[in-house]
Every structure is written in C-alpha cells, then in structure tokens.
Design a protein around this ligand. Structure first.
Ligand SMILES: Cc1cc2nc3c(=O)[nH]c(=O)nc-3n(C[C@H](O)[C@H](O)[C@H](O)COP(=O)(O)OP(=O)(O)OC[C@H]3O[C@@H](n4cnc5c(N)ncnc54)[C@H](O)[C@@H]3O)c2cc1C
Length: 575
C-alpha cells in the first residue's frame, strides 16, 4: 500500500496531525464542474437543491468532460462469527493437570498469513480453541503478503487461479469455522520468561501455554537518501496496491530487484505504464525461470543488469521524477538519470520478529532459527514458528501453510505431553454447521442494512443516506452536504482496502446522522482520483465546508479515524 500525502487540495482552512491541505486544486474544479451540470439535471427532475449548491456555483468555472457512470457494486463485508456460540462445552482430560485458571489459552497464534490461518484451522480442528492475533499495521495487514497480490496461480485446489485476498478470506472463514477467536490487532510484546506465556496487544493481554509465531516478513526498502521525501509520492513497496494510481498511467516506471516479486511487479505494472525498467543489481535475475521468461518475453519491460539506485529527484510538485543510477560493477554513477514517475521495491523481506525483543534465537537477519527435527520448535519450549518468519528459502503460500500445519501438530503434541491441553469441544458437526449458516445469513444481510448502496444518479441519490459510492455522490455531497464528508479511495486489487472498508464502516456507524461518506474506486473514477492527488490506496480524505481537513493513508487504528471525525464535529458545533 502506498502511504502518500497529497499536495493537492482545496484551500487549507483547517489542519490536523495527518492533514495536508495546500492551495486550490483541480479536485475542486473537477467536483464543481460536474455538479454544475449534474445539479441542473437534478432540478429538471424535481430534485432538491440546497443553498449550498447555489453557493457552490461560484466554483463552476470549467466544463468537465466526464459524467459519472458508476456501477452498483456488491459490497463485501464480513464479520466475525461468534465462536463462543459455536463451542458447546469445555472439558479437560481426566488425567490432565491443567492450569485451573480459565483465562489461560491453549495456544495463541500471532499472524494471519497462510501460516497463521492454517495453524488456526488445525488447532481449532483439534479442539484447542486457538486465539489468533491477525495483525494490523506493524507487520502488514491481516491476511499477510497475499493481500497485496492479484492472481495466485499455484495454490493447489484453484485450477483457475484465485486472487490473493480471496484466498486469504477463504482461509480466514475456515479458521472461523473451526472456532478460532480472531483479533485484528498487532501483538506488541510477548514474555517468554513467564509460564503461561504473556502476550500483549494494545487492547488486551492474554496468557497461553503455547505460542505459534507466524508473523511473516515485511518488504525491504533501499533507504536511499531521499526515500522518505518521495515515499508515497512515487516510491512504493507495493506495485499491486499502488500501480493503478492515475499518476502512473502511461508513465515510465521502475521496479528494483531481480527475484520473483520484482518480476511479478514489473509484469503487473505493464498494464498501466508506458514502459517498465527492471533494475537488477547482479549479472542476472534470481527469479524462477518461468518468471524470468515472462519478463524477457515482454516488450514493455527493459531489464538493466548491474544497476542499482543511488538516489532520486523530484519535480516542482514534490513527486518523483528521476532516479540516479549506479553501475554496480564499476561502482560509478551513471551520468544520465532515469526518468520515471514511480519506483517500486521488490527486493525481499525482513522477518517480523522485532516485537520478540531477542527472546528467541534468530539469525543475523532476524529469521527465527528452528530445530532440525521438527522445523517448527526453537530455543524456547512451547513456542513454535511457521512460514516466512523462519523460512528464507521456499517462501511460498503453500510452504507457509504447510509449516502452519506442522506448528499446529507440534503444539498439540507439546500440550499433550506436558499435560497442559485443555480440550474445548466443538458442537457436533450438524449444530456447528447450523450456527455457521445462521451467522453467514446474518452477515449477508448486514451490508444491505448498513453499508453503501451506490448512488448512481439524480434518480436514486438520497442525501439522507450516510454511505454512498461513486463520483456523482461525491459531487453532490461535496456541494450540498452540511456534514463533514469522508471520502475513501480504493482500487479493485487493493487487499488493505478490503480490510479497511468494514472497519471504517463500523466507525462511521457511530456518526450516522452527522457524517457523510462516499467511496471512490480509482479504477472507475480515475479523473476524480487524479484531481484529488491519489497515488495509493486506501486513502481516506475528510472534507469540511469544502476544505480538505485530513488525509489518512493506509490502514490505521479505528481510534485515529474516530479522533479526526470527532474533532471535525466538535469544531462544527463550536462554530
Ligand atoms: C507480491 C507477492 C506475490 C506473491 N505471490 C505468491 C504466489 O503467487 N504464490 C505463492 O505461493 N506465494 C506468493 N507469495 C509469497 C507468499 O505470499 C508468502 O510466502 C506467504 O504469504 C507467507 O506466509 P506467512 O503466513 O508466513 O506470512 P505473511 O503472509 O507475511 O503473513 C504474516 C502475518 O503476520 C501478521 N503480523 C506481523 N507482525 C505481527 C504482530 N506483531 N502481531 C500480529 N500479527 C502480526 C501480519 O499482519 C500478517 O497477517 C507472494 C508474495 C508477494 C509479496
């Protein structure tokens, strides 16, 4: 996901911590011009027109060339099943010397990529009632690395392929089905010196007799001198999330790296870019032969071997414009800068082990060292690991899932052998199925009641509704709503967007009558995204009295959205 701070905006009347609201932009013009046309159609159809919309006429200086044609879109939301309902009884083996304290869990799983969810499925199936901290921010979004990929073609069981987010959603549902208790939170610390172990997130502390670490790995950056300056203003670590941004359309782009990830990113970007430069440090690409061939067969990808990036330079608006390259063989700078609007890192990953605070044996790169005999246990008894957090070599969804299974079985054996296993029986299959069906039905009905029905045009736009979709609604609300307006920019391939939507929706429910919301799919409404300066998704912008007062990039804690919305409402009532 690209974390960007736009410099375009509509007059900076207000500011908050995460706000950028510099001068007038094309966004205002885009919004205004459309409304000037669309509002007349509203009147012609007998629609309402507020004083605001009349006032807004003063902004209408341009005729726009794009009328909305937003399509109704199925809103996808999911909710946790009530696992406590699924469980019918809790029992301990008669000879078990079990900790009397009921709050001690059998196992806490940290991480929710293929490794974490598989461990949750297996331990759930074994009646261990697993708790899983899915992660949130510090090591990537819940669902893990596959949330930022499009097609997964090699995961068994999906002959037609499956998108990364869909695969992860299916694993999640399967974990829920077997009674896993999921928390979309980062674990901030663990204490392995205590028995039971203590696990802390920002919201809760838990105790468990066993832990499975499945925290995966995070994309590496080059750390060139001006990286921070252009981060999210052209530099990104996720082509799949950010590649569709209008700022990159038909521009030359660069991808750094020579492995599978870099090759996949380069191929993906050819959909949008005029040309993609793949910058490979070595003499050849490290990628698998299949990936290498795809790159070499593409006339839109130019491979630069023995090339590294020294630094970057930007344009007057502060966005990336060119890269200063170095020849890694001679160590000499390449005189001609490479003109690109975007640079995407595909240079590997750092294991997410920092929060362990060196309590476990790791190698120099931070990867957990596992024992040879079971490949999941390590220097602390009762702690197991799975997936990319210890795997430097295979790093695939299927190997991560396989190791999640190994860790789960090792955990069960460990608990059993140490007489710590507290069995929590599931209902019989029929009852469990009924519970799940009921929960699914409820879940399917929920969006109809709560979330954004698309407002397509003047015929079905209803300003009394809180949540909307598409550019028509945006324009109407921007001009006519007296409430603060939350705009969320998403893209179809953005996994983090799928995480943010239901979360933000829950926050917005708390402000049902006082805040308006509209979702813009940047692939459907690229002009809007461009005029709003969107270079990555998800991006949430908040407007008040036509001034942009906040920009929140990526997925943040609910409390951050609440804070900004509450601030706006307090200001409104004080005014
Ligand atoms: C762009 C891209 C494309 C890929 N395509 C494929 C493909 O087509 N096929 C394939 O087999 N593999 C593919 N892979 C590789 C695959 O995604 C990984 O090997 C796999 O996801 C590793 O799974 P994991 O469960 O070990 O870790 P991850 O998927 O990295 O998941 C780690 C989880 O831990 C969580 N976490 C981290 N820190 C904490 C914390 N402190 N507290 C709580 N939770 C935390 C994260 O939020 C995340 O949910 C791809 C990878 C990338 C980057």
């Amino acid at each position: 996901m690209m974390m960007m701070t736009s410099t375009t905006g509509i007059g900076s009347r207000r500011r908050s911590s995460s706000i950028r609201t510099p001068g007038k932009s094309s966004f205002c013009r885009t919004i205004c011009t459309h409304l000037s046309s669309s509002s007349s159609s509203t009147i012609a159809r007998g629609g309402r027109r507020s004083r605001r919309s009349n006032n807004s006429k003063s902004h209408h200086n341009h005729h726009h060339q794009f009328f909305h044609h937003s399509q109704p879109r199925q809103q996808h939301r999911h909710r946790k099943l009530r696992n406590d309902k699924i469980r019918a009884s809790s029992s301990t083996s008669p000879d078990n010397d079990v900790d009397e304290d009921d709050d001690v869990k059998n196992v806490v799983i940290i991480g929710s990529g293929p490794a974490g969810y598989t461990a949750a499925i297996y331990t759930g199936r074994a009646n261990l009632a697993p708790v899983c901290f899915e992660g949130f921010q510090s090591g990537g979004v819940a669902g893990g690395q596959l949330m930022s990929t499009t097609e997964v073609e090699n995961y068994p069981g999906f002959p037609e392929g499956v998108t990364g987010p869909e695969l992860m959603e299916r694993m999640r549902q399967q974990a829920l089905r077997w009674g896993a208790e999921l928390y979309e939170e980062d674990v901030v610390s663990v204490d392995f010196s205590k028995r039971p172990f203590e696990i802390k997130s920002e919201d809760r502390t838990m105790r468990a007799n066993a832990i499975i670490l499945a925290t995966g790995a995070t994309a590496k950056r080059l750390r060139i001198p001006s990286e921070e300056k252009f981060w999210s203003k052209g530099i990104s670590a996720c082509a799949i999330c950010d590649g569709a941004s209008p700022a990159f359309a038909q521009k030359e782009l660069a991808v750094v790296g020579g492995g599978d990830s870099a090759c996949e990113e380069a191929i993906y970007l050819t959909k949008y870019a005029s040309k993609v430069h793949l910058l490979v440090r070595g003499e050849e690409m490290r990628a698998s032969k299949a990936m290498r061939d795809r790159v070499l067969d593409s006339s839109d990808v130019i491979v630069h071997y023995n090339t590294s990036v020294e630094d970057a330079a930007g344009n007057a608006q502060g966005f990336l414009e060119s890269l200063k390259l170095v020849n890694t063989k001679t160590n000499e700078s390449i005189p001609e800068p490479l003109k690109v609007a975007g640079m995407f890192y595909g240079i590997g990953h750092t294991p997410n082990t920092k929060f362990l605070d060196s309590q476990l044996g790791t190698d120099a790169d931070g990867f957990i060292i596992v024992s040879d005999h079971d490949k999941t246990s390590n220097s602390v008894e009762g702690v197991f690991s799975a997936g990319d957090v210890h795997d430097k070599e295979w790093r695939q969804a299927i190997t991560a899932a396989g190791s999640g299974c190994q860790a789960a079985i090792s955990t069960e054996r460990y608990l059993q052998m140490n007489k710590l296993l507290k069995e929590v029986k599931m209902m019989d299959t029929k009852d469990a199925k009924e519970e799940i069906e009921a929960a699914k039905k409820k879940e399917a009905e929920a969006p109809k009641k709560k979330t954004h029905e698309p407002a397509i045009d003047a015929d079905n736009f209803d300003i009394d509704r809180q949540k909307h979709q598409g550019q028509y609604a945006l324009r109407k609300l921007y001009h006519e709503s007296p409430r603060p307006l939350v705009v969320m920019y998403t893209s179809p391939t953005c996994g983090p967007c799928k995480r943010l939507k239901p979360m933000l929706s829950t926050v917005l429910d708390e402000y049902e009558k006082s805040i308006h919301y509209v979702e813009i799919d940047i692939a459907k409404d690229p002009e809007i995204a461009e005029s709003a300066g969107i270079m990555g998704t998800p991006c949430v912008q908040v407007f008040k009295d036509k001034a942009r007062v906040a920009v929140i990039n990526g997925v943040k804690m609910k409390s951050e959205y609440r804070k900004i919305l509450s601030e706006q409402l307090i200001e409104s009532s004080a005014a």
